[in-house]
Design a protein around this ligand. Structure first.
Ligand SMILES: Nc1nc2c(ncn2[C@@H]2O[C@H](COP(=O)(O)OP(=O)(O)OP(=O)(O)O)[C@@H](O)[C@H]2O)c(=O)[nH]1
Ligand SMILES: [Mg+2]
Length: 265
């Protein structure tokens, strides 16, 4: 009897345990349901996720890019050691068209791009080794920029990305007189492959004393040969002291780019 009682008593706590477990699971499910509902509600209520989407996508793209580069490094270590890229480090991953930022190495692409993104002067700290994706939100639009490094190994990718470009921003160092013919050659090759892509030229480094002014840059790049069917704009830009406001001409350029990009979509 004692044992029987003991057994009965022993079963009771087990039942309790099962009941407790069931209760816990029910509660867990309810909490999870709540979380999902909460998520839906949050999404509906704030819409902030939408604004951050571009940033997240960009982050994902960078991560994928890193992973890919890592894998390529494993596959082809010898080539990487010699710093020679034989295949694109990044296939176009997104369907969205991007604003391409091209130009010779050192022209100031990254500096201009980061300054436009922050509305504050932000000098680049290192040459772009491959790709640099930047997302810029304006009041009523979201723009995706893709800079491709200007050093020789990366120039072969320029044309490859042109077909998915919304517009082309071509940056030149206005003080680098010796390399303006080279910049001109590349620019004309690029626009020759796409007859309608709008073109925005930044005659950068206008702060330097020896910089060609925009009329000279217009001539040096033979912009009169670009053709009347294409929208073409030329801005004299400068990225001077870190942290200072961007010059109004750069703000104007940014507004125009947003306008052109919206027209092209
Ligand atoms: N004085 C002056 N220097 C600038 C200006 N814009 C950029 N620089 C400097 O020029 C150098 C090259 O700038 P980047 O922005 O890295 O040039 P990039 O075109 O992105 O070069 P890659 O990534 O190698 O293709 C950096 O030292 C910048 O600080 C400018 O308007 N004026
Ligand atoms: Mg760069």
């Amino acid at each position: 009897m004692e044992r029987g009682k003991g057994k009965k008593k022993g079963k009771e706590p087990e039942k309790e345990k099962i009941r407790e477990k069931g209760k816990e699971e029910k509660e867990k499910k309810e909490v999870e349901k709540g979380k999902i509902k909460g998520k839906e509600k949050k999404g509906k209520e704030t819409g902030k996720e939408e604004k951050n989407k571009c940033r997240e996508e960009e982050k994902k793209e960078r991560e994928t890019e890193k992973e890919k580069e890592h894998l390529e490094g494993k596959e082809d270590k010898e080539k990487k050691d010699n710093n020679v890229l034989t295949k694109p480090p990044l296939e176009p991953l997104e369907k969205n068209k991007q604003i391409l930022v091209l130009g010779l190495d050192g022209a100031g692409k990254t500096s201009v791009l980061h300054s436009l993104a922050l509305n504050k002067v932000q000098h680049s700290v290192a040459p772009t080794q491959g790709f640099n994706a930047v997302c810029i939100n304006t009041e009523d639009s979201q723009m995706e920029f893709l800079e491709i490094g200007g050093s020789e190994p990366f120039r072969s990718y320029w044309e490859m990305y042109l077909s998915r470009g919304l517009l082309l921003i071509f940056v030149v160092d206005s003080a680098d007189h010796n390399r303006l013919p080279e910049a001109k050659k590349h620019l004309h090759q690029l626009i020759g492959t796409n007859p309608i892509l709008p073109l925005v030229v930044f005659a950068n480094k206008q702060d330097l004393e020896t910089a060609y002014r925009i009329t000279d840059i217009h001539e040096a790049l033979a912009l009169s040969e670009v053709g009347n069917d294409r929208k073409m704009f030329l801005f004299g830009t400068q990225v001077t002291e870190n942290g200072s406001e961007i010059p109004s001409v750069m703000q104007d350029a940014k507004d125009l780019i947003a306008h052109l990009a919206a027209d092209m979509q």
